[in-house]
Design a protein around this ligand. Structure first.
Ligand code: MG
Length: 280
């Protein structure tokens, strides 16, 4: 399979040999789940539409607007969706417009995204698609290996918690996460990945260095690094899973401070051996 051939672990800094991981934190969309693949292609054009209404064409071309949108959408990826919508409202204001409540931007974005992913959800619900059709290659096996090693697993996502839980259920991933599944809350200030990390360190009485994190966005990589954990960037090629790293994601993950980059989990035993200091 091409997935196996294209699997490499790009090492920026190996885990210290003395380190034992006791907890692992996973991002969901793009890291384990492919259900929301392409969400950027829904958010970006929608946000561009909103800004084009208030921007002065003489000052800002459509390309300029798109650059602005892509940049802030990407920077905030991994945080809750509402923060991207709050930034959109700021950008509208900065151009002299009157923004809507960010919650309304979020609603409209989710409505459009739902259109795109509805048939995937239906296929999973009806059994026309298998859960692993929408799981990043090797993801299930890798979670099992971590659990077998006694590592406590946490899932934290910037997507609304009700959706994350439902989609984890459809992908049959729920039972792996003995630490819990966490997502965005209506009262958005009560949730962040940093908070999940802070609590899991406290509850399990572990050191930050005993945490390993996996994600395809800025936020989780930075948050894991901030507590001294080991951050693995998963540069999943979501449109073509198994085809090696997504070069654009890789660059972003390196900027965020990832200690290693993988394309997916298609060689789960090897990845685990590397993390355990047994194999490079
Ligand atoms: Mg993600």
């Amino acid at each position: 399979m091409s997935a196996v051939k294209s699997f490499t672990i790009e090492i920026i800094a190996s885990p210290q040999p003395t380190r034992t991981f006791r907890a692992a934190l996973f991002d969901f969309d793009g890291t384990l789940s492919l259900v929301r693949e392409g969400w950027q292609n829904v958010m970006t054009p929608y946000f561009c539409e909103v800004l084009a209404e208030v921007a002065e064409p003489a000052r800002e071309s459509a390309e300029d607007i798109e650059r602005v949108v892509r940049d802030f959408v990407d920077k905030i990826t991994g945080k809750q969706t509402i923060y991207q919508c709050i930034q959109l409202a700021e950008e509208v204001k900065a151009r002299g417009g009157t923004p809507l409540d960010p919650l309304l931007y979020k609603k409209e974005y989710l409505r459009r995204l739902q259109e795109r992913i509805q048939n995937r959800i239906e296929k999973l619900e009806s059994g026309a698609a298998k859960p692993d059709d929408f799981v990043v290659p090797g993801g299930r096996r890798f979670l099992q290996i971590l659990r077998d090693a006694g590592i406590k697993l946490y899932l934290a996502s910037g997507t609304d918690e009700c959706y994350v839980k439902r989609e984890a259920e459809l992908l049959q991933l729920t039972p792996f996460f003995d630490g819990g599944i966490y997502g965005a809350q209506d009262d958005y200030k009560t949730f962040s990945k940093a908070l999940v990390i802070e609590r899991l360190i406290k509850v399990n009485a572990i050191d930050g260095a005993e945490l390993v994190g996996f994600g395809d966005g800025y936020v989780e990589i930075e948050n894991v690094r901030d507590v001294g954990g080991y951050a693995v960037g998963v540069a999943t090629n979501e449109a073509n899973p198994g085809a090696g790293v997504d070069a654009w994601k890789r660059g972003r993950l390196l900027n965020a401070g990832a200690s290693a980059i993988v394309p997916d989990f298609s060689e789960p035993e090897r990845l685990f051996a590397f993390l355990s200091g047994k194999d490079q």
